[in-house]
Design a protein around this ligand. Structure first.
Ligand SMILES: Nc1ncnc2c1ncn2[C@@H]1O[C@H](COP(=O)(O)OP(=O)(O)OP(=O)(O)O)[C@@H](O)[C@H]1O
Length: 504
């Protein structure tokens, strides 16, 4: 039930969160803490709770026997156990808090461990031999992580041991005192042995088992505090909705005086931006690194809502559309697109979650020049990609990019956003690809973010960005004949384009 229900609920909760929580460090830490070993956290809590109930019954039984025979020993033992109980409670809470603090170091440690051992960085590792340096960093981060944990564990250990020693000592005192009534004949030897046995059993229960369970339960309580905080994070159930089966067509998209800064930061990334995208046309957004191109695509697709000014789709504010309507309007390929280690066919089919036929997949692969390569894979379209599967095959960076673009092609959305997905494809191939993309996107609107002006050239309009502002808009011919940022950038890259112009 935990796996089927709780895990699914957690996944749905995280998927329904506002996008800015995913990019925010603190909320991401919270999400990681709650989702990590959630099943274990719950099963531990249950088993510890039951063990504790069993222990309490056991302790109460022994206390009852003691109470009947030598009442003061029972009272004495109960009085000792109260502070022990409180100490264990505090230790459990501190231990979970330490794991919260350790989380940020742990994240870095896990990342560095992946860099040192993972498959992703294997080539750079072999080429640059950086393992020694990264290892030093790993060690220093791990030391910080270990010290935080060690301090808490040490405190816990010291408290638990000290409590154990005190209880053992006081219980020995009880046993010694009981010798006197035995000597005077008030207590039989048999009863004395039984009581001494019970006192020793109580010591074990109260000084070792009880603190262990209380500590565990306190940790679990803190987990519940985190879980409650996660549940309270703002989200919308509609973020889980699929795109509408009948996509909403984007006839126009307009930015009116849009300014934006990322949540939790002070710097405006977009400053009073105005432009209009018309149906069926292709737009290229160009500009230096950090100019704000990707940020525009994030706002266009509704990932962030906290902007000032207006974003109008078909003359209606973007905020008036439901998530399923918005999702049906855009197909997006980002520069850091996801590589899914599933079959090639499923990778492409993700572009239309409402159902995608084999014919459409083949057509998309054909357009994107991936069909031949797909036919050479061991199981054709059904070949698993990536080395995570036993029969998985590695494809090249450019082929991954083409796969991601094929996803955008099978999507029925009317506006395609390509945020530099072609960086791993050489400039000549890229320009060919965009030309083909333009041909097959007739009637569709496209926003292409690129650094290669040879590719931008084929767009109907080029939007030039600089420091969060639009500095020029126009066709290639218009912009190249004016002095300005575009001409400057184009001339800097022009040596390439002579070659490209000749070849494509
Ligand atoms: N999640 C974020 N939180 C805070 N700042 C961000 C975030 N994402 C991007 N930025 C900042 O916003 C600015 C614009 O980034 P953006 O990715 O839009 O630029 P870009 O023009 O697409 O750059 P590039 O050509 O390098 O891809 C950058 O200065 C970046 O540091």
């Amino acid at each position: 039930m935990l796996r089927e229900n709780f895990r699914v609920s957690l996944v749905e909760k995280v998927a329904s969160l506002k996008y800015n929580y995913i990019e925010n460090q603190d909320s991401w830490d919270l999400i990681s803490r709650v989702c990590k070993e959630h099943e274990k956290q719950c099963t531990n809590a249950f088993s510890q709770l039951f063990d504790m109930v069993a222990l309490i019954i056991n302790v109460l039984g022994i206390l009852f026997v003691l109470l009947m025979q030598v009442w003061w020993t029972a009272v004495f033992i109960v009085l000792i156990s109260v502070p022990l109980f409180l100490i264990a409670l505090k230790a459990g809470k501190a231990s979970y808090e330490a794991s919260r603090m350790a989380q940020k170091y742990y994240r870095r440690v896990s990342y560095l461990s992946e860099v040192l051992n993972g498959r992703e960085a294997v080539e750079e590792r072999a080429l640059f031999q950086y393992s020694g340096r990264v290892n030093d960093k790993y060690r220093s981060q791990y030391e910080k992580f270990r010290k935080v944990r060690f301090r808490v564990n040490l405190k816990w250990f010291a408290k638990a041991k000290l409590s154990g020693i005190i209880t053992a000592f006081l219980s020995s005192v009880i046993i010694v005192i009981l010798v006197f009534p035995v000597r005077s004949g008030k207590l039989t030897i048999g009863l004395f042995i039984a009581i001494a046995g019970n006192v020793i059993s109580l010591i074990q229960s109260l000084s070792w088992q009880m603190p262990k369970y209380v500590d565990g339960l306190a940790k679990n309580k803190e987990y519940l505090v985190d879980l409650t905080s996660l549940v309270k994070l703002q989200g919308k159930a509609e973020y889980l909705d699929k795109p509408c089966k009948t996509p909403v067509s984007v006839e126009s998209l307009e930015f009116k005086n849009v300014s934006f800064k990322y949540p939790g930061t002070d710097r405006f990334i977009l400053k009073g931006m105005n432009f209009k995208i018309e149906e069926g046309k292709h737009y290229a957004f160009v500009g230096i690194n950090g100019a704000g191109k990707t940020t525009i695509t994030k706002l266009i697709t509704g990932l962030y809502e906290d902007f000032t000014g207006e974003i109008l789709i078909n003359n209606l504010s973007i905020k008036n559309y439901s998530q399923s309507q918005l999702k049906s309007m855009f197909s997006v390929v980002y520069q850091d697109f996801a590589k899914f280690y599933i079959s090639l066919k499923d990778n492409v089919a993700l572009g239309d979650v409402n159902g995608c036929s084999n014919d459409r997949i083949n057509e998309a692969l054909d357009i994107i020049d991936l069909k031949e390569a797909a036919e050479h894979l061991p199981n054709g379209l059904n070949s698993n990609l990536g080395k995570i599967n036993e029969d998985g095959v590695d494809i090249s960076g450019g082929q991954w990019q083409r796969t991601a673009m094929a996803r955008a092609i099978v999507s029925p959305a009317s506006l395609r956003v390509l945020d530099e997905p072609t960086a791993a494809i050489d400039p000549i191939e890229e320009t060919k690809l965009y030309k083909k993309f333009k041909q097959m996107s007739q009637g569709k609107t496209a926003v292409i973010v690129t650094h290669r002006l040879g590719s931008a050239k084929i767009a109907d309009k080029i939007v030039v960005l600089d420091k969060g502002k639009i500095v020029q808009i126009g066709t290639h011919d218009e912009l190249i004949n004016k002095d300005g940022k575009y001409k400057e950038m184009y001339e800097a890259q022009s040596k390439w384009y002579k070659v490209i112009d000749e070849k494509v």
